[in-house]
Ligand binder design. Structure first.
Ligand SMILES: [Cu+2]
Length: 189
């Protein structure tokens, strides 16, 4: 995982907006240089063939998600979160986005909806135990290289992997173990 709360909060508006807004499908405003670089950053989260056909969203100044480009493959990618160290764009499938929505809203994620989220540019997290920490308690961020995340699986799935405050991020580990938002962080390099 990796997003500040403000950016995550905005995600909750992304999915309904996409579903309910046919206008957004056809709207094609000229893209600013910032939007172009946001798209490049967002696409770098997933394999090229996934990023190419994904919806791209970016938080605007007020924290709401703005759709830069509508996709066709069910994945939604968002660019690096500038408030954390390192590059940490994400590409989530539909169940992954739903899981993120639940997290933002402090609601329980739907049972039996397993989601996949790519973070192939890596990421950094404030805490491996507190889902809502925005800054590391001890001053150092948990850095993870390129990885995929499995969200929404059964507790038994996560119980098979290491967890805790200081995980070895070079092997699969569970982030936020024992909370409703536990998820597998699985390095791919
Ligand atoms: Cu992650």
């Amino acid at each position: 995982m990796n997003r500040t709360l403000s950016i995550l909060a905005a995600l909750s508006f992304a999915a309904p907006a996409l579903a309910a807004s046919p206008m957004a499908m056809s709207a094609k405003p000229a893209q600013s240089a910032a939007d172009k670089s946001a798209i490049i950053s967002a696409m770098s989260a997933g394999p090229a063939a996934v990023g190419r056909n994904a919806t791209i969203v970016v938080p605007d100044a007020s924290g709401k998600m703005r759709v830069l480009r509508n996709g066709t493959n069910g994945f939604t990618c968002m660019p690096d979160d500038p408030s954390s160290p390192g590059a940490d764009p994400m590409c989530a499938d539909k169940a992954g986005m739903d899981w993120l929505d639940a997290y933002i809203a402090h609601k329980l994620p739907a049972k039996g909806k397993v989601g996949l989220i790519y973070m192939l540019a890596g990421g950094s997290d404030a805490s491996n135990t507190d889902p809502y920490a925005s800054k590391p308690a001890n001053g150092h961020w948990i850095a993870t290289g390129p990885h995929v995340m499995v969200v929404g699986a059964d507790a038994a799935f996560y119980a098979a992997y290491p967890s805790g405050a200081n995980p070895d991020t070079s092997v699969p580990y569970v982030m936020w173990a024992g909370t409703p938002y536990q998820h597998l962080m699985s390095p791919v390099k």
